[in-house]
Design a protein around this ligand. Structure first.
Ligand code: GDP
Ligand code: MG
Length: 250
């Protein structure tokens, strides 16, 4: 069984860059051979060499031309077409020699998460290995304590939708300075939410954090930089812990 890491996140959050940099890190630090899968039919150039590439089957550009669609329509249509190749891609993945598989998903997160593509991917790839989702957010979206609640909730939504373990991460940590304690210290986060949250929304936020803490979900949020490599070791340790506890890590 493989260890499969699935990068999920809004357009531009760094899925593609992180796929490449975690792969390089795994090789340089752990000497773990890594295979890359690109599932984005709209990708232009990639900073890694995909072992399996959805663009061998369908590209958004070709769909635009053939169906006379605009960029948005073509993206949706190409994802629908891509869905029908997931079984074949899963079969090919199981034959790859690398134990670690890094999966880069379509630019727009909603196309993966809120349509059939994501759940179908999980169905086909469950036979291939143990899957962990990594939900990536930009730090500019998480300046306030409440924003950190949203990030944790988003990772819970991804986990519920896909039925797999999910780790929320902040990427591009090199770009901002902020109150990073909000991501690491749950007591502190809850205190800040209590101080700044207003009315019913503040109460809901506190209850959500309490619930997540009770189940030890999204307790630690690694701060990463896919470009400088900061935080990759922490992410690896978290992945490793879950693969060891739940997967078949040998
Ligand atoms: N400064 C900085 N830029 C990043 C980082 N990760 C990604 N980027 C940049 O953000 C942009 C979008 O990244 P990309 O990986 O294509 O995002 P995707 O749409 O989620 O696949 C690119 O210009 C990347 O170079 C990071 O950690 N730090
Ligand atoms: Mg991308």
């Amino acid at each position: 069984m493989k260890n499969i890491v699935l990068f999920i996140g809004p357009a531009g959050s760094g899925k593609t860059t992180l796929t490449a940099s975690l792969g390089r890190w795994l090789w340089s630090k752990m000497l773990t051979p890594t295979a890359y899968i690109n599932l984005d039919p709209g990708a232009e150039s990639l900073p890694y060499k995909p072992d399996i590439d959805i663009r061998q089957y369908v590209t958004t550009e070709k769909v635009m031309r053939e169906y006379g669609l605009g960029p948005n329509g073509a993206l949706i249509k190409s994802i629908e077409i891509a869905c029908s190749y997931l079984r074949e891609i899963a079969e090919r993945t199981s034959k790859l020699p690398a134990p670690y598989i890094l999966v880069d998903t379509p630019g727009q997160m909603e196309l993966f998460l809120f349509r059939e593509f994501g759940p179908r991917f999980i169905r086909e790839f469950k036979q291939v290995g143990y899957i962990i989702g990594v939900v990536i957010l930009d730090p500019t979206l998480t300046r306030k304590a409440q924003d950190v609640t949203s990030l944790k909730l988003l990772s819970l939504i991804a986990s519920l939708r896909l039925g797999v373990d999910v780790i929320p991460v902040i990427n591009k940590a090199d770009l901002v300075e902020g109150d990073f304690r909000l991501f690491k210290d749950n007591e502190y986060l809850r205190l800040k939410v209590r101080e700044t949250g207003e009315g019913i929304i503040g109460e809901i936020s506190e209850r959500i954090l309490e619930l997540l803490d009770d189940y030890k979900l999204a307790t630690r949020i690694p701060l990463l930089s896919a470009t400088t490599g900061v935080g990759l070791e922490e992410l690896y340790d978290m992945l490793h812990e879950i693969f060891c506890a739940c997967g078949d890590l040998t």
